[in-house]
Design a protein around this ligand. Sequence first.
Ligand code: 13P
Length: 250
Amino acid sequence: MRTPIIAGNWKMNKTPAEAKVLVNELKPLVKDANATVVICVPYVDLCTALKETEGTNIHVGAQNVHFMESGAYTGEISAAMLKEMGVEYVIIGHSERRQYFGETDATVNLRTLAAVKAGLTPIICVGERKEEREAGYTNALVEYQTLIALNGLTDEEIKNVVIAYEPVWAIGTGLTATDEQANETIGVIREAIQRKYGKEVADTVRIQYGGSMNPKNVKGLMAQPEIDGGLIGGASLKAPDFSLVVNYDK
Ligand code: 13P
């Protein structure tokens, strides 16, 4: 049915020279993966990553994109710029951008529209903070974040989008959602998509789990029916670890 997608989010790690080393370590280790393999690298590493992955099964993504086509937006990067380089994916609305850089659901939507229009596949991040889960708002929040992000896309466009459910309390903390918690919340996201866009769209869109996913817990998470892959932070920075996650089914 849905092809699993495992994406590394390098965050603000690796210089271009370090990126070259990591990509070349990774290439032989992931070449037989059954999942789609993506690495989302810092902007300055994109050139290196694209060059070093040419002719391989590793796809390259960015970690953010601006929503305007061009203009006086100092320091920003447009979707067309990424597309022209050969970038295929872009992470949008990561919780670190929401927390530290003023990202809102409205700007997540604008970035998603710009990315899709330029032919990039967005990986849209949603997820609750600890206090929101404890207060019982997880489901309402992730539904809202998801539906706002997708607003204005056609059904066909939504089928190609990737959603990453990343509970904020599980990111970089070593705490993982249990297999059942992750599956349940991803199911809630899929149901919300189904209510608004129908079953065919909901059954097609790929929804990842992210948050301390690693070689030890990947099998259990990936065995859950709703979970279509992972967005991997820390464990994507070491080739052996990332390849074990990518090859979780071997
Ligand atoms: P960790 O895997 O380091 O918890 O990070 C998850 C994440 O934020 C991926 O985008």
